[in-house]
Write a new protein. Structure first.
Length: 440
């Protein structure tokens, strides 16, 4: 647990620490939350912060937003680490917070990496959040739905922070070169195209971008009072050549498109090449992994159901071990997808259903398949006549599950590719059975 450390200055601090914004006007990115008129900005400016959780990848401003709140609030602010603190420390802080509340002073407790707390530790916060003794602000890189207790989560507003765009990072890096807290007191010759290279390498992480910039500038070529940064020095600092990638975003989308279309065209050699191009240029392997998970259902689907399993496993491998080791897992998944039989029936089915859903958002759920947990619902006919398929010999019934206005609609149109031929045959058997029993 630490107190009073947010505003300590130290000229020996890393660049990322020296440039940490102290106001919302200095904050870069997350315009959907802190842009003019947005909800989080209003809460901070009006000092009406309630319990909340910041969820997002590393280096996108979770801790920085907490520090801005600390700088602007009239409440007592406590910085609490989930890594070094236990239940005893939690109880000490809670006791002090209740004492402060008796004197009319609110306490805001910031918990970094809140997902590292176990259930018992999280439960220790709950009664104090409920009573209003503390305002809890948690930061996490993990999905709070899985890592934060449901009872605690229900009392917190979750704000989702996004990876910074290349434009955001370029703005941040330019500021670092001109701000006196950064390199503003030096003459730095730094071509803008090399700033874009660093922004692309950082993959949305401001801390990585600033740390890389600092390394590049400190190792630049000195000529009198001028520091000159070259392409070679940037390549050495990021340990890879500055491949043509993500300039203005176009090449990023060109390459992921090339990977998709090569897999769709069952060309494993081309797919592996485009995969390598992306990884060697610094693309986040998790981004590629997410895209191939989507491809597994969009372009393969039930023609080979194992494709989805393999791609999810590849995503998990990327998450566990990262680059460069996970390149082989992505190669395996990309090759499998390239060779798998292709079917877009899942994508077509959803798009057809979505069109109907958007046109008919108010269609009532048939009474027969509604739940009836209360006596009133039962009296209104909810669940009346429901046919439990497992009670029937063929495990099939003629019960109507679509709204009347959509009766007869067909969304899933299976192909003959791979295993989907079996699903097509099974679907036809079901339709034939229902047709022959519709008058029973």
């Amino acid at each position: 647990m630490e107190q009073g450390t947010f505003f300590t200055t130290d000229t020996g601090q890393p660049l990322a620490a020296r440039l940490r914004p102290m106001t919302l006007d200095e904050f870069v990115g997350q315009k959907h939350l802190v842009g003019e008129g947005k909800i989080l900005r209003r809460l901070i400016e009006n000092d009406r912060v309630s319990s909340m959780i910041f969820w997002g990848p590393p280096g996108v401003g979770k801790t920085t937003l907490a520090r801005i709140i600390a700088h602007s609030t009239r409440a007592r602010f406590i910085d609490f680490s989930a890594v070094t603190s236990g239940i005893r420390e939690i109880k000490q802080v809670m006791q002090k917070a209740e004492e402060n509340l008796r004197f009319g002073e609110k306490t805001i407790l910031f918990v970094d990496e809140i997902h590292r707390f176990n259930k018992a530790q999280q439960d220790a916060f709950l009664p104090f959040v409920e009573k209003g003794s503390i305002i809890l602000i948690g930061a996490t890189t993990e999905n709070p739905s899985f890592e934060v207790n449901g009872a605690l989560l229900s009392r917190c507003k979750v704000f989702v922070l996004q990876a910074l765009s290349s434009a955001d990072l370029c703005e941040l890096l330019e500021r670092a070169l001109h701000d006196p807290r950064g390199f503003g007191t030096l003459k730095v010759n730094f071509p803008h195209e090399l700033i874009e290279v660093i922004a692309g390498f950082a993959n949305g992480d401001a801390r990585t971008a600033l740390s890389t910039l600092e390394m590049v500038v400190l190792n630049g070529d000195m000529d009198g009072d001028t520091v000159t940064v070259t392409k070679e020095s940037v390549e050495q600092s990021i340990s890879k050549k500055s491949l043509l990638y993500d300039k203005g975003g176009e090449e990023h989308y060109n390459l992921i498109s090339a990977l998709h279309k090569s897999m769709r065209n069952s060309d494993p050699d081309a797919a592996i090449y485009w995969l390598a191009r992306m990884l060697e240029a610094g693309e986040d392997p998790l981004y590629i992994a997410r895209r191939i998970v989507r491809f597994a259902s969009e372009d393969v689907g039930l023609a080979d159901p194992r494709a989805l399993e393999i791609c999810v496993a590849a995503y998990q491998a990327c998450h566990y071990i990262g680059m460069p080791e996970c390149s082989v897992h992505l190669t395996q998944a990309v090759t499998y997808l390239s060779l798998a039989p292709k079917s877009n029936a899942m994508d077509v089915a959803y798009m057809l259903a979505r069109e109907d859903a958007q046109k008919m958002l108010a269609e009532p759920v048939p009474l027969v398949i509604r739940n009836a947990p209360t006596k009133l619902m039962k009296e209104l006919g909810y669940n009346k006549g429901y046919q439990y398929a497992h009670d029937y010999e063929d495990k099939l019934t003629t019960m109507q599950c679509l709204p009347d206005s959509l009766l007869g609609r067909e969304y899933y149109r299976p192909t003959e590719q791979g295993l989907e031929g079996r699903f097509k045959e099974r679907l036809q058997q079901i339709k034939d059975w229902k047709e022959s029993h519709k008058n029973d």
